[in-house]
Design a protein around this ligand. Structure first.
Ligand code: CDP
Length: 221
């Protein structure tokens, strides 16, 4: 493992439970948390708000150059149309390049009081932080992931149809895996955590066991 702040990279396909796991790991271990998907969502939202097409590289690049902290704080960032726009702008190499420096500086210099960071996304262990001390690839069957996202949407009072959520999850996985720029793929040295049959507590316990094995005890000592 390299010296410097501990970096835990959590990657995986859409709605695999990366956010829940990462937040709980950060809480448990006293680490800062960065949801990198939120950055792509903010860029996608900005393009939509300006009336642009998220697949248009010039519009997406201009939006990425303009985002600031205030863009990360909108309740509609998790809406379906923003989610879809996020995975379209995420395929634009200039957008990814614009967001890379911010993600790397967060990893290198966590906020005061944090001994390191947990970052979740698609390319944290492969591109953003290839030297991360811990890499976890969280996955689950598409049906289970769609079921969870469907329940989450209903829980937020958003209308949702399971078959449509499943189709969206599959389409987004395909777009994220097949793009040329930093596609979704497991880092060769990542621990695969299949949560299809695990609840959130069991997934957390499995991740903690792995982290302990890799770091040889309390990773934040
Ligand atoms: O939570 P969920 O898995 O549904 O999505 P997210 O992590 O918020 O990511 C939204 C979209 O942003 C993904 O479909 C990816 O296209 C893109 N993304 C990315 O390309 N790279 C990242 N590091 C994080 C997100």
């Amino acid at each position: 493992m390299t010296s410097g702040p501990l970096v835990i990279a959590v990657d995986g396909p859409a709605a695999a439970g990366k956010g829940t796991l990462s937040r709980r790991l950060a809480d448990r271990l006293g680490l800062a948390y960065l949801d990198t998907g939120l950055l792509y969502r903010a860029v996608g939202r900005r393009v939509l708000t300006a009336g642009g097409d998220p697949s248009d590289a010039a519009a997406a690049t201009a939006a990425a150059a303009a985002i600031g902290v205030a863009d990360l704080d909108h309740p509609d960032l998790r809406d379906e149309r923003v989610t879809d726009a996020a995975s379209k702008v995420a395929a634009v190499p200039e957008v990814r390049a614009a967001l890379l420096a911010f993600q790397r500086s967060f990893a290198a210099a966590p906020p005061p009081g944090a001994a390191g960071v947990v970052m979740d996304g698609r390319d944290i262990g492969t591109v953003v932080c290839p030297d991360a001390g811990v890499k976890i690839f969280v996955t689950a069957s598409p049906e289970e992931r769609a079921q969870r996202r469907h329940k989450e949407l209903l829980g937020r009072g958003t209308a949702s149809i399971y078959a449509r959520v499943l189709a969206d999850v599959i389409a987004r996985d395909q777009r994220d895996s097949e793009r040329e720029a930093a596609p979704l793929k497991r880092a060769a040295d990542a621990f695969v955590l299949d949560t299809t049959a695990l609840d959130a507590d069991e997934a957390l316990a499995a991740a903690l066991r792995h982290i302990e094995a890799v770091t040889g005890g309390d990773p934040c000592r």
